[in-house]
Write a protein that binds this ligand. Structure first.
Ligand code: HGY
Ligand code: MN
Ligand code: MN
Length: 412
């Protein structure tokens, strides 16, 4: 692996970061024209690295590097190629580009391993366009919910229509599913998206588990009215009710260590300065490393919101759109990741992930592991997201160490 690998990785991330559907900021969502451009770029890099590369039935980019003989089970490495709105350039893409740089190094050396390698660039981890997350990895894991195919995006385009527009067929999404015997493990390299590695002065770390997450969309319906004539005591103000709910959610989610809750989206109708809002829609995202803790909080939050809306004489409808349990990383993979980190002269360190990752879906198919790379200030889901070229290189060397020394788990 050449000395300039960090710079080469960052250069490719800059090129991917320019492929956006919103001029002036990075937003690249599932099955968008911008994603098609990103897929084509990644496919070309995979092929240049000696891989056979394709789009699978749900739009994931999948590259395969055969082992010492064709058809061997594969160690799958990857991350996602979609982004949040106004995103950073490293969340997801770093894992895919770094994995390709590792294969390039093996290919240039003519090095074949006693297992195959597959790199996957998942088409949708963030769930920005259709609200449901990890669509690409669920399809690979065989847990894709076909009921989502009729979900509309904010322009009313259904997922099925979007697949068709991308040259894919909704009826064939199931063909993306892999069989357990094909995949030895799934390992993902990702920026930490938190401050811990930077605070302790380490460039890389080993993930112990991925926090579980529950997401709701809440619709509050009151009565639109004239801002100048309706007395305050007679109003059924949907936005005021939503605001009280949101404050209550923040209080409840601040009550316990490890628990976090976020309202990231809020829409108000009709949205005129002189009209009492008749409708408000907001999202809720609740995470915790402990599933029972998260479940208790999700139940409490729904009860609190219902009581507030009843007192304010507005209607509330709460729809759960995402619910994934915490995903533990496999100890045998963590041990091998620690060894790969130590081989780079770095003290192995283990930490949990508060951020969600595709491993939460892939755990239905195989054991999972994750390598975290330090990011500046722990900032993420923000264009200020940043890593150093040096840390990009360290991440690549750790991943290459892991791949070269990977020992598939022998089923006892
Ligand atoms: O929301 C998350 O934690 C992830 O970035 N999708
Ligand atoms: Mn993200
Ligand atoms: Mn991510």
């Amino acid at each position: 692996m050449g000395a300039g690998v960090g710079a080469a990785i960052c250069d490719r991330l800059d090129r991917l970061g320019a492929l956006t559907e919103e001029p002036g900021r990075l937003t690249r969502t599932f099955l968008s024209p911008a994603q098609r451009k990103a897929d084509d770029l990644v496919l070309s890099w995979m092929r240049d690295a000696g891989m056979v590369a394709r789009l699978d039935a749900v739009g994931n980019v999948v590259g395969r590097y055969e082992g010492c003989r064709p058809g061997l089970p594969a160690l799958m490495i990857g991350s996602h190629l979609d982004t949040v709105r106004d995103a950073g350039r490293y969340d997801g893409m770093l894992g895919v580009v770094t994995a390709i740089s590792c294969i390039e190094t093996l290919d240039r050396a003519g090095h074949r391993l006693p297992f195959a390698l597959e790199i996957v660039g998942f088409a949708d981890e963030e769930g920005v366009r259709f609200g449901a997350t990890m669509l690409g990895s669920r399809a690979v894991a065989g847990t894709f919910d076909s009921g989502l195919l009729m979900h509309p995006d904010r322009d009313g385009v259904t997922m099925a229509e979007a697949l068709h527009g991308f040259g894919l067929e909704a009826a064939r999404v199931g063909e993306a599913a892999r069989r357990p015997e094909e995949i030895l493990a799934y390992v993902e390299l990702h920026i930490e998206q938190g401050p811990v590695l930077e605070q302790i002065g380490l460039p890389a770390g080993c993930v112990t588990s991925i926090s579980g997450a529950t997401r709701f969309v809440v619709d509050v319906t009151g009565e639109a009215g004239h801002a100048g004539t309706v007395p305050m005591g007679c109003r059924r103000d949907a936005l005021a009710a939503a605001a009280e709910c949101i404050a209550a959610i923040e209080t409840r989610c601040s009550a316990e260590d490890g628990l976090v809750g976020t309202v990231g989206q809020l829409e108000v109708a009709p949205g005129a300065i002189n009209v009492i809002p008749g409708h408000a829609r907001f999202s809720i995202d609740i995470r915790a490393p402990d599933d029972a803790q998260r479940q208790r909080c999700a139940d409490d939050v729904q009860s609190l919101a219902a009581a507030i809306c009843e007192r304010r004489r507005v209607a509330i409808e709460t729809r759960k759109i995402h619910d994934l349990p915490a995903a533990p990383c496999a100890p045998w993979l963590m041990d091998q990741i620690d060894t790969a980190i130590a081989a780079q002269g770095i003290t192995p360190f283990r930490l949990p992930s508060g951020a969600g990752h595709d491993g939460m879906a892939m755990i239905a198919l195989c054991d999972i592991g994750m390598i975290f790379v330090r990011c500046a200030g722990g900032i993420s889901h923000n264009p200020a997201e940043a890593i150093t070229q040096q840390d990009a290189e360290i991440g690549a060397r750790v991943l290459l160490n892991f791949i070269r020394d990977f020992k598939p788990r022998t089923t006892a």
